[in-house]
Design a protein around this ligand. Structure first.
Ligand code: FES
Length: 106
């Protein structure tokens, strides 16, 4: 499954993902800039925030209340297509998805 990330500076990174990985794990494994994943993937930090390709956004499982609340931490970067990448599992239906990384704020 091919995933395309745009790093905060606009660099395009096309990487391979394994089924069952989260999009956060894919980014970290490939050293993609803009995903810190401070909490290790338990939906408690919002440093894995990404803007999801609108063509794929509707195919994702809906976010839960915890993810929605964590996204408030990045309210100034939040968009209608915002998700936390640790909450999205890779499957074949995501092949070719494009994710823009707004960059982690400190
Ligand atoms: Fe912390 Fe996703 S890695 S919320």
């Amino acid at each position: 499954t091919t995933i395309v990330f745009f790093e905060p500076d606009g660099t395009r990174r096309e990487v391979e993902a394994n089924p069952g990985e989260s999009l956060m794990e894919v980014a970290v494994r490939h050293g993609v800039e803009g995903v810190d994943a401070d909490c290790g993937g338990v939906c408690a930090c919002a440093t894995c925030h990404g803007h999801i390709d609108p063509a794929f956004f509707g195919r994702l499982l809906a976010m839960n209340d915890t993810e929605d609340a964590m996204l408030e931490l990045v309210e100034d970067q939040r968009a209608a297509n915002s998700r936390l990448l640790c909450q999205i599992q890779v499957g074949p239906e995501l092949d070719g998805i494009v994710i823009k990384l707004p960059g982690v704020r400190r």
